[in-house]
Ligand binder design. Structure first.
Ligand code: ADP
Ligand code: MG
Length: 632
């Protein structure tokens, strides 16, 4: 075995640096935390080339006295020991006096700093841990840290970094969390000269959310504040409409630090039970404050995990805090989740009230407009207006009509929407289906659980899963068009502006060519927004946003680990979004139409939804007879 040797200081520093300065976002985190520790209320971050070229953090904090500036870069140098005598606590807060030394070992650092009392500031330049220069300088109060050519002397670490845009994404993601934890501090971030994030520092969490996530999240933020046994849970929980297909908009702080805790996330999600669908995740920014003795934060710089002494207690408090907040803000009983829809009396006035609302909602008007649009040609403006008027007339006449005919179905308003969906499908078909023109080959007996259609044909009775059936139909339509290189795009009359975060936008912009192939018409809309002019399927703004984000993620994954049938998977995602959902009342014509479609699909050999669930379950007359023991 070779002789045991002591590593040189330079090598040891590089190894230690790997722990603190794992990647540019970790460096930014350390520098920003130092600025916060210095009492700054304005912090500017600038990065170039994903942080590898340059990281600049400027603060208006207390500054470092000139005679101490050099010491700050020594390993285990910290000024925070006197403030916190208890060593254990010092460590849990993450003050290990290592950050600057570590960053300095793997880059070129320049620090410009001045305290309030000093006449002049001081400027120090370091390269790979060696002091290069020290001079006096005229500057503002506070500190600027410039980190250049990060990891230039550590090729192994350099290789492990992702694309610049991805690293920049990690930086903005991390800054987003810090900004959410400190509404009292104004943050800004420039990425290659473009501002990607800014908050005002006025102390309002909702204003931070407005700046970072846009108006819908700010409006949809429900305040949470609940204290029990000295444990406080506060922040905001998003309205159910803001739920998404992933957890990227969930932020948890424990005693002011951003942490990840899957179980707490689950508990918050549990508070949303029956409010949002399975597979959807609520938006929240939740802070937990509790005595330091009840929590163990692992402060390894690269980790953000946390353990609680009494988990059950914490979870109960989080659950109650969030659940109470959600239910408190629900104004009308009919806005409640339809946990027990059968309790709503037939003809309940609430239904008509809702119908009125729905009838004039711009989203519905838009859906209707989309449905009436020809496939490739833009609709003439005059026609559009006429259609809109027709729709509004129709909408106005609906409640009257309902009263006259004493229609008391609680779900009728959904049927109005479904007609629209029907129309959408008809526009895709070459020859629109006219129900009356067909002698039905299948008899519709009804709908059960607002999910399955019961049919009879000859000696067979069968049940159709309406969502699976509609999804498969959509999928086949899209696939045919895609393979024939036909245009999938349906232009929107009212383009949608999607407010995204930096990473999300970046992901979409990178895959723009693919989005075009799948029938999207998307354009850069400045800052962190994109504008959607056209989509392959109609859908609500939320559905389209989710779809686009999911596709961006899938496209990205495809680049990393290509799969052979990717197009099918993507088309499946698309077709699933706009499909008639389960738990939706359908009228007879809609059921008839869907049943015909299922039978036609069956003829083509398509008997399952794109995920492999059956479209139809059949009982023959003989089978029923056997079940009822009429026949052996
Ligand atoms: P720690 O934060 O654990 O003390 P660091 O290596 O991050 O260790 O920083 C070392 C010391 O440098 C800090 O304790 C602080 O005194 C000083 N320092 C670093 N950044 C700043 C800043 N932006 N403003 C004022 N002082 C700073
Ligand atoms: Mg520090």
């Amino acid at each position: 075995m070779p002789e045991i040797q002591v590593l040189s200081q330079a090598v040891a520093d590089k190894i230690a640096a790997g722990e603190v300065a794992e990647r540019p976002s970790a460096v930014v985190k350390e520098l920003v935390e130092n600025a916060l520790d210095a009492g700054a209320d304005r912090i500017e971050v600038e990065i170039s080339r994903g942080g590898v070229g340059l990281i600049r953090v400027t603060d208006n904090g207390c500054g470092i006295p000139a005679e101490q500036a050099e010491r700050a870069f020594l390993r285990h140098a910290t000024s925070k020991l006197t403030e916190i005598e208890d060593l254990e606590r010092l460590c849990t807060m993450g003050f290990r006096g290592e950050a600057l030394a570590s960053i300095c070992a793997v880059s070129e650092v320049e620090v410009i700093t001045k305290t309030k009392d000093a006449e002049e500031g001081v400027c120090l330049a370091w390269k790979h841990g060696e002091l290069q220069e020290k001079s006096e300088i005229a500057c503002a109060d506070g500190t600027t840290m410039l980190v250049r050519n990060l990891f230039a002397n550590v090729p192994a670490r350099m290789k492990f970094l992702k694309k610049n845009a991805t690293e920049a994404g990690y930086v903005t993601d991390m800054l987003t969390r810090i900004a959410l934890s400190r509404p009292d501090v104004a943050f800004s971030c420039l990425c290659d000269g473009k501002e990607v994030l800014s908050t005002s520092g006025d102390g309002s969490l909702v204003n931070v959310i407005l700046k970072l996530y846009g108006i819908d999240h700010a409006k949809g933020s429900i305040p949470v504040d609940y204290t029990e046994d000295g444990i406080r849970v506060h922040g905001v929980a998003g309205q159910k409409e803001l739920a998404r297909g992933n957890r990227t908009r969930q932020t948890l702080f424990v005693n002011g630090r951003y942490v990840k805790n899957h179980v707490v996330s689950k508990v918050v999600e549990e508070a949303y039970r029956n409010l949002i669908m399975v597979g959807r995740f609520p938006f929240f920014v939740i802070s937990l404050e509790l005595p330091a003795t009840l929590v163990d934060v692992n402060v390894h710089p690269a980790k953000t995990e946390v353990k609680f002494a009494d988990e059950k207690q914490i979870y109960d408090i989080v659950y109650h805090g969030v659940r109470n907040a959600l239910y408190r803000q629900m104004p009308q009983p009919q806005e409640k989740p339809q946990e027990k829809p059968q309790e709503e009396a037939p003809g309940h006035t609430a239904s008509s009230a809702r119908l009125n609302d729905a009838a004039v909602s711009p989203a519905l008007v838009r859906k209707y407009m989309e449905s009436t649009m020809p496939q490739s040609e833009p609709i003439p403006v005059g026609d559009a207006e006429r259609k809109l008027e027709e729709l509004l007339e129709q909408a106005e006449s609906v409640p009257k009509h309902r009263n006259e005919n004493n229609i008391t179905d609680k779900n009728s308003e959904n049927s109005e929407n479904n007609k629209i969906i029907d129309n959408i499908d008809n526009t895709i078909e070459e020859t629109p289906v006219k129900q009356e023109a067909f002698a039905p080959t299948v008899r519709i007996l009804g709908q059960v659980f607002d999910t399955y259609i019961v049919c009879q044909r000859g000696e067979e009775m069968f049940l159709i899963d309406q969502h699976a059936a509609h999804e498969r139909f959509r999928f086949e339509q899209l696939r045919k068009s895609y393979l024939n290189r036909e245009r999938l795009t349906q232009m929107l009359l009212c383009p949608m502006v999607l407010q995204l975060d930096y990473r999300e936008k970046q992901a979409i912009m990178e895959e723009m060519a693919e989005f075009v192939r799948f029938g999207f018409d998307i354009e850069d809309f400045g800052n962190n927004a994109v504008i959607v002019h056209g989509t392959p399927i109609p859908g609500s703004e939320g559905e389209i946003r989710d779809l686009i984000l999911e596709l961006a993620e899938a496209l990205r994954e495809q680049r990393r680990h290509p799969v052979a049938d990717f197009e099918e998977k993507a088309l499946d995602k698309i077709s699933c979004k706009g499909a008639v959902k389960a738990n939706r009342h359908l009228n007879l014509a809609e059921m008839q139409d869907l049943a015909e479609k299922v039978l036609a699909l069956e003829q083509e050999g398509a008997t399952t939804c794109p995920h492999g669930r059956p479209l139809k379950i059949t009982f023959t007359k003989t089978e029923l007879e056997k079940l009822f023991r009429r026949k052996p």
